[in-house]
Write a protein that binds this ligand. Structure first.
Ligand code: HEM
Length: 423
């Protein structure tokens, strides 16, 4: 006989356990069984429906966590430099600060600006693939996450920002340590390491910004440093640091997980790996379907700054909402057979990059990187194979592969020609 049906709160608690984090999808369905919007406790809702999440993300009365909501919810948080730095960034700000912070740097991530990076990203991808070919020569196993998926995003954003190449692996390790600060279940030891990494990175950024103000270069640090000032509308010193921090960290693990999932799914579906090699236009729908099926960001949150409602469900001021983007992306009312990986399904605007005012600033960049990296990797190593089971990182909010040990195979193909930049 079946046991009692777990409540949304019991299932939500299970998401905080290592088992729950390893495979959260059945838990999402268990929560969805209580409705697309379910109550966790008085004043706290969890949202798993697509329409409901999309509405919530676009509702201006629903605010992101910012310094004042942290004051109410996490006493003592100001002692943590890793948390403090993020609250000075657009990701943790609401209007009017959010609008100002986003407008000051948004232009640099517009789709036309990002398209201009195509050749640079192709070159970086090929250099990393050359390096992998060396590491994997003679059948030696290579960790695809450490040697490729995590290196490309950090190389690209570091180049855009103007960070020296020799510091990139250090950035990656610092950004990785800091990322736990944004995860709902971070433990005190990890938070302590995040603070130490944040302090080191802040000192590094401060000296780089000062250097660029004296010696401007053709890079984003120079542009962002020029927006700093005490006049109204400019970036304060803390906001300048928060902006650099979020640009370095927001896109690094997320894009690494997108590429890692894309490789794993190609290994599981050889027919799609084949099409990535042979069909030039297949990369875009393939990447969109990875984003829907295995989104790197599983969850975000909002708090009602004023009374509102979500498709008829009242949301009084002060209510906290857990928005499960990964569950919304598998809502059967939006996507037929949602548990099936199918790049040929009609476009369905998954919520993997959010929506509304905080829609991911780096979405065009992440799509460009994955759309270049995946076909080039598969074409270059057509016999790529897993040699050990992949390991998922023990985290929930930003979820993806920690390691993916592969053998490159014997038929290593020469690099493919570069694509001309789009007009
Ligand atoms: C696959 C890769 C990525 C995923 C899945 C992703 C996901 C997201 C999501 C879901 C949000 C919205 C959070 C919310 O509304 O609460 C967001 C915001 C943001 N992302 Fe990404 N992201 C990715 C890559 C990048 C990259 C490459 C960058 C670049 C630098 C970036 C920079 C940002 C920034 C700055 C924000 C805050 C925007 C705002 O608050 O106005 N992301 N991202």
């Amino acid at each position: 006989m079946a046991g009692p049906v777990p409540s949304p709160t019991e299932t939500f608690t299970a998401l905080g356990t290592p088992d729950g984090r390893q495979d959260p999808y059945p838990l999402y369905e268990a929560i969805r069984a209580h409705g697309n919007i379910a109550r966790l406790k008085p004043g706290r809702l969890i949202v798993t429906g697509y329409e409901e999440c999309a509405r919530a993300l676009r509702d201006p009365r629903l605010h992101v966590q910012d310094a004042s909501s942290y004051d109410a919810a996490k006493p003592g948080w100001r002692a943590h430099s890793s948390l403090r730095a993020f609250t000075n960034s657009m990701l943790y700000s609401n209007p009017p600060d959010h609008t100002r912070l986003r407008n000051l740097v948004g232009f640099a991530f517009s789709p036309p600006r990002i398209r201009e990076l195509r050749t640079v990203v192709e070159e970086m991808t090929d250099r990393l693939l050359d390096r992998m070919a060396g590491l994997g020569a003679g059948g030696a196993p290579v960790d695809l996450v450490a040697e490729f998926a995590s290196r490309l995003p950090v190389a690209v954003i570091s180049t855009m920002l103007g960070f020296p190449e020799e510091d990139q692996v250090w950035f990656r390790d610092m950004a990785s340590a800091i990322a736990v600060a944004t995860d709902g279940f971070s433990d005190p030891g990890a938070l302590h390491r995040a603070d130490a990494a944040m302090d080191d990175l802040s000192a590094y950024f401060a000296s780089l910004v000062d250097h660029r103000r004296r010696h401007p270069a053709d890079d984003l640090v120079t542009l962002i440093a020029a927006t700093h000032g005490t006049e109204p509308g400019r970036l304060s010193r803390d906001e300048l640091m928060g902006t650099l921090m979020v640009l370095l960290t927001a896109g690094f693990e997320t894009t690494s997980f997108l590429v890692g999932h894309g490789v794993l799914l190609a290994l599981d579906h050889p027919e799609y790996a084949q099409r990535l090699c042979s069909e030039r236009d297949f990369a875009d729908p393939y990447v969109e379907e990875i984003l829907r099926y295995e989104p790197p960001v599983h969850v975000t949150s909002r708090r009602a700054a004023a009374d509102t409602d979500l498709l008829g469900t009242p949301v009084p001021a002060g209510t906290g909402l857990v928005l499960v983007l990964a569950a919304a992306n598998r809502d059967a009312r939006r996507y037929a057979d949602p548990g099936r990986f199918d790049p040929d399904r009609p476009a369905g605007q998954p919520l993997s990059f959010g929506a509304g005012a905080h829609y991911c600033l780096g979405a065009p960049l992440a799509r460009l990187e994955a759309g270049i990296a995946l076909p080039r990797l598969i074409r270059r190593f057509p016999d790529l194979a897993c040699v050990e089971p992949p390991v998922y990182r023990d985290r929930w909010v930003v979820r993806g592969l920690d390691t993916l040990p592969v053998a490159l195979g014997t038929s290593v193909v020469a690099p493919v020609a570069r694509t001309a930049p789009s007009p």
